[in-house]
Ligand binder design. Structure first.
Ligand code: GLY
Length: 394
């Protein structure tokens, strides 16, 4: 006989979130706010084992997505997330006991050659077509607003709504906010196996009504029915995309804004200046390679000469959770009651508040908003099935 749903005395829905990165914690915060009883299972012995703390924290709604003409749903998600961030940051700061370095400065995109000016113009036109705020910067604007950029910028754009946060601090504040809100943390728990039916039993014996998978590029748990038969969740494995990043000490004359060029970005925080990043599809290791880090510094110093001699604080590599179409997987899996919040690729920090909202809508309220439709976690399975049936018909 299938087990009956477990309800606590107060009748709250019990939800297990597997994964304590920014996506899992943001979803946990939103579901808790909507009355659920939430626990977070994190495989590390504390927060920060995954890719969140290796992110540059840029909220690039316009820069990252304006040019992706075939990714309308992603652009809409990015825009929505960008609009949610000011309130989300304020909420985390209020509940988490301190600031997250949410910067209202905007990002500058620079071109250094005629070919890059063409790219910049295309970006400006795409932003205008999508009603995303964008402003051309003259040489005088640049000199006044970002005097650090003396390395041959021939043209520049300001994207005033592409902001940034310190992702490491965000994760800490989210953790504090959740603890204060009564969310339980289970650290050092690799969730390899979940037994499901109408309720889900975790390896530690705890039982939940719903499970949210937010495991980043880590392995997904295996699911089994009450009698031990495997249950298929229908999710694909993530595609690892390694990114190496360099952290330089802040120096006099350093940049004040996020700066993007075609081959590098610079994200200044109060404690360091992040320079990123490589994009190595298919690589899941976190080895830092001196040649890659040196190349990042050379590119950054070509734009901002003041960074040429900035002491290196540290360098790291993270693994972005990619998907075949670069879009996240948000929604119910093939196992009723098990939901995905996966595949946020280069934009986990940006998308976090929007994904949290879409996950809570589905898990708590049973609603799939039009925005979530494009991110059905089973779409790859369905595409494979459709291709298979087409072959059969041939
Ligand atoms: N979003 C920046 C990166 O993935 O490197």
């Amino acid at each position: 006989m299938p087990a009956q749903p477990v309800m606590r005395n107060n009748g709250s829905l019990r939800i297990a979130v597997v994964g304590g990165g920014i996506i899992g914690l943001s979803a946990a915060l939103e579901m808790r706010a909507r009355g659920a009883d939430v626990a977070v299972y994190e495989s590390g012995i504390q927060l920060g084992a995954g890719v969140t703390v290796r992110a540059a924290g840029m909220l690039g709604s316009a820069f990252d997505w304006a040019l992706e003409a075939d990714q309308r749903s992603l652009a809409a998600l990015a825009r929505h997330a960008g609009m949610l961030w000011p309130d989300f940051a304020a909420r985390i700061e209020r509940m988490g006991g301190g600031g997250v370095e949410f910067s209202k400065e905007g990002a500058i995109v620079v071109a250094r050659s005629d070919a890059e000016i063409g790219w910049l113009e295309t970006l400006a036109a795409a932003c205008q077509a999508r009603d995303l705020p964008v402003r051309r910067m003259s040489a005088a604007d640049l000199k006044r607003d970002e005097p650090a950029l003396t390395g041959g910028a021939k043209a520049a754009l300001m994207l005033p709504e592409d902001r940034q946060v310190d992702a490491q601090i965000v994760l800490q504040r989210l953790g504090a906010a959740l603890s204060r809100a009564g969310v339980g943390f289970k650290y050092g728990r690799k969730v390899e196996r979940i037994v499901g039916g109408q309720v889900f039993q975790m390896p530690d014996g705890e039982r939940f009504d719903r499970v949210v998978l937010a495991t980043g590029s880590g392995p997904l748990p295996a699911f089994f029915g009450p009698r031990g038969a495997p249950l298929e969740h229908g999710l694909i494995e993530m595609i690892p995309v390694k990114g190496q990043m360099l952290a330089l000490a802040p120096v006099g004359g350093g940049p004040q804004h996020v700066i993007h060029a075609r081959d590098v970005y610079i994200a200044p925080k109060s404690r360091w200046v992040l320079v990123g990043a490589t994009s190595e599809r298919g690589r899941a290791d976190t080895e830092v390679e001196p040649a890659s880090v040196a190349a990042l510094r050379t590119r950054a110093a070509a734009l901002v000469p003041a960074l040429a001699d900035a002491p290196e604080v540290t360098a790291w590599a993270g693994v972005r959770p990619g998907t075949p179409d670069d879009a996240p997987m948000i929604g119910q899996t093939a196992i009723p009651g098990v939901f995905a919040a996966l595949g946020h690729y280069r934009n986990g920090v940006l998308f976090a508040p929007a994904t949290a909202e879409l996950v809570a809508d589905q898990v708590i309220d049973g609603k799939v908003s039009p925005l979530a439709g494009a991110f059905d976690p089973l779409r790859f399975d369905k595409q494979a099935e459709a291709a298979h049936s087409a072959l059969q018909r041939d």
